[in-house]
Design a protein. Sequence first.
Length: 209
Amino acid sequence: MGKVYVFDHPLIQHKLTYIRDKHTGTKEFRELVDEVATLMAFEITRDLPLEEVEIETPVSKAKAKVIAGKKLGVIPILRAGIGMVDGILKLIPAAKVGHIGLYRDPETLKPVEYYVKLPSDVEERDFIIVDPMLATGGSAVAAIDALKKRGAKSIKFMCLIAAPEGVNAVETAHPDVDIYIAALDERLNDHGYIVPGLGDAGDRLFGTK
């Protein structure tokens, strides 16, 4: 069964307050999302396997640890997920980046794939899907479906803010996927927005309306 991790680190919570604030402009919003993604990446990589190597310090030979050759992939859900990628790559520069594009069918309201581009060695990678918001869970479930359909075996989902409804949807559809959240909010409103949330993450990242 997948686990849900809610980060309570003071730096994450501090920056999240300014991300939520409607008076925060596009430039600062973008920088803060990037910074929180880096802090979350620090936590999400806590269980990466290590191996021992021998090095030479200026003083003597020594045994030391390096990350065992685990292949990682970062998959933003377009378009808002892009705002979290660079923050993760600062810590894991060797990770490959794929992209999943989804739009909501106006009649069924279900997400539809329009773009999927992944690293070629999908089965060998640990993937982190990123999206600032986990609202209804529809896009997250569809993105995980898209990865699994193409052979992915190890997937984590990472977002800034989640609603309980979205967490439940992902847990129900994909009980093997761990979910990493900076804040778990109260609920969804009638329009599918997270309350109190941060508004539309894509619009705030890219200055659109």
